[in-house]
Design a protein around this ligand. Structure first.
Ligand SMILES: Cc1cc2nc3c(=O)[nH]c(=O)nc-3n(C[C@H](O)[C@H](O)[C@H](O)COP(=O)(O)OP(=O)(O)OC[C@H]3O[C@@H](n4cnc5c(N)ncnc54)[C@H](O)[C@@H]3O)c2cc1C
Length: 461
């Protein structure tokens, strides 16, 4: 419980109207997409960078915990105040697109800007900001940078880190730092913005982000490949990516996922298929797009694809993408509790990885439907159980541990996009040596010696 005198001080900085401490709001800010919940002591909305600086300096002096929060759409508990303290929200005031610099092709934004609002604004100006997490309608750029979010277009265009040019941030002691520049190249000093990206609000509070923009391709085409087995589809993924064509997206649904989508939404999907691959290509010339699709179809066919459906128009493309975009909610038919992971491996070991996951499912007699961004080696692995049955939940966690071990054994990572937060903290030691963990802890200490910023996350405590 925070002392009243501290709340009074925050009021002198941001005003009464920018602090919530009533029960209803504390409950509202106690959740993220993990469905775990921890109530904060208060929610404070800074109006600008100066407010952030004053709040942090005060909290540092009084050892008050601060948890920065974007939209709370995180899947790993990063924005949850698991140790209490103040949640710092940016959605009320620090949510502006400050500049779209057409000459240098950059956008400068505050952390609370919603991803889709930025995409729309830059597209109106004829430019393109590619990172498009499925949560793009509500997740914020501050959250995207802090988790290094990926999206459907990552196979060709990369992820958030590939677009961050500079960051302004406030350190826990209240000092402002500027990391990076509006320049294409900058090799002076350590890459501090590189350390802040994916730091999950544990090192500094991001107050302004400069993002690279690129020209918007004029045309996009969509196709879907139907495969008899997951192994065939996974072979087709890495062979396509190595064939000289770079599709925008190369998304995967396995049979359990196809069945769940079909049972829920009745879209005419091939329920007997072992796997589907959904792909997009883009560019400025119709012939070029057709050439790219011809090449992909060729590689798919060489790897067992039984049917290659090209969307004839936007309506057909939207129908294909509907299946992929709604894969996650459809899985609820298999159980009320979903342990949803986002492991990522080098693409060439995808066939082996998926084989291991289905063996784990058999071993524990649980369903593990898989789908995801296979063009970047990223698989959403969903262990589905009855959440009201403690025995099943225990088994699910055992299965997940083996999922992580299989991933790490194949040279992969615990998280391709959702981060570590609270949910994956127990597995960090599986992926990192003692020396590596000590290095992480010393970086945390250098930024935040009093451990006031989002403590107990990422396995650092
Ligand atoms: C349906 C659904 C689909 C999703 N799809 C994807 C996907 O395709 N790709 C993907 O990568 N993720 C996806 N996610 C996960 C989530 O949306 C992303 O992790 C997103 O980047 C989180 O943004 P947010 O604004 O909600 O941040 P929050 O969840 O509020 O916070 C995330 C982390 O960022 C920190 N943070 C937020 N703002 C700041 C700041 N200004 N300074 C310092 N730290 C800060 C928080 O402390 C926390 O650790 C999905 C989530 C849902 C619910």
């Amino acid at each position: 419980m925070i002392e009243a005198e501290h709340l009074e001080y925050f009021k002198t900085i941001v005003g009464d109207e920018n602090i919530y401490s009533d029960k209803a709001h504390l409950i509202a800010y106690s959740y993220d997409a993990t469905c775990e919940h921890f109530e904060p002591d208060a929610v404070v909305f800074p109006r600008n960078e100066e407010d952030v600086s004053k709040i942090l300096a005060y909290c540092n002096e009084h050892k008050i915990i601060i948890v920065p929060r974007g939209a709370g759409s995180g899947f790993t508990g990063g924005a949850l105040p698991s140790s209490g303290g103040i949640v710092l929200g940016f959605e009320k005031h620090m949510n502006k697109i400050l500049e779209i610099d057409m000459k240098n092709m950059v956008a400068i934004v505050q952390p609370g800007v919603i991803n889709m609002d930025l995409q729309r604004a830059v597209e109106e100006a004829g430019l393109f900001y590619p990172p498009d997490p499925a949560s793009q309608d509500y997740s914020t750029i501050g959250g995207n940078v802090s988790e290094n979010a990926g999206g459907m277009r990552a196979a060709k265009y990369g992820i958030t880190k590939d677009y961050v040019m500079a960051i302004r941030a406030v350190l826990p002691n209240g000092d402002l730092i500027k990391a990076g520049k509006r320049t294409i190249k900058d090799v002076a000093g350590y890459n501090i913005s590189g350390i802040l990206i994916a730091s999950e609000g544990t090192l500094a509070v991001l107050t302004e982000i400069t993002l690279k923009l690129i020209p918007k391709p004029k045309l996009t085409k969509t196709a879907m490949g139907i495969f008899p087995t997951v192994k065939d589809a996974m072979e087709a993924v890495y062979k396509t990516m190595a064939s000289g064509i770079t599709p925008v997206a190369m998304e995967f649904l396995d049979n359990l996922t196809i069945r769940a989508v079909e049972q829920t939404f009745h879209k005419g999907l091939p329920v007997d298929a072992g796997a589907l691959l959904v792909t997009d290509v883009d560019g400025n010339l119709e012939d070029d797009l057709n050439f790219q699709l011809d090449q992909i179809e060729k590689v798919f066919e060489e790897n067992g694809c039984s049917e290659f459906r090209r969307a004839k128009d936007e309506k057909e493309a939207a129908a294909i993408w509907f299946a992929r975009r709604n894969a996650s909610p459809a899985l609820s038919i298999y159980g009320s509790k979903k342990l949803n992971e986002d492991v990522t491996v080098p693409r060439a070991v995808l066939p082996e990885l998926l084989e291991k996951f289905y063996a784990i499912a058999n071993k524990y007699s649980v369903k593990i439907p898989c789908f995801g961004h296979t063009g970047d080696g990223n698989v959403h692995t969903n262990v589905m159980v009855d959440g009201s049955n403690p025995e099943e939940v225990k088994i699910a966690y055992r299965a997940i541990e083996e999922v992580f071990q299989a991933t790490v054994d194949l040279g992969g990572t615990l998280s391709g996009e959702h981060g570590i937060g609270l949910a994956k903290a127990p597995y960090m030691k599986m992926a990192f040596s003692d020396a590596e963990m000590e290095l992480f802890k010393s970086i945390k200490k250098a930024f935040d010696p009093n451990n006031i910023l989002n403590p107990a996350k990422m396995g650092l405590d």
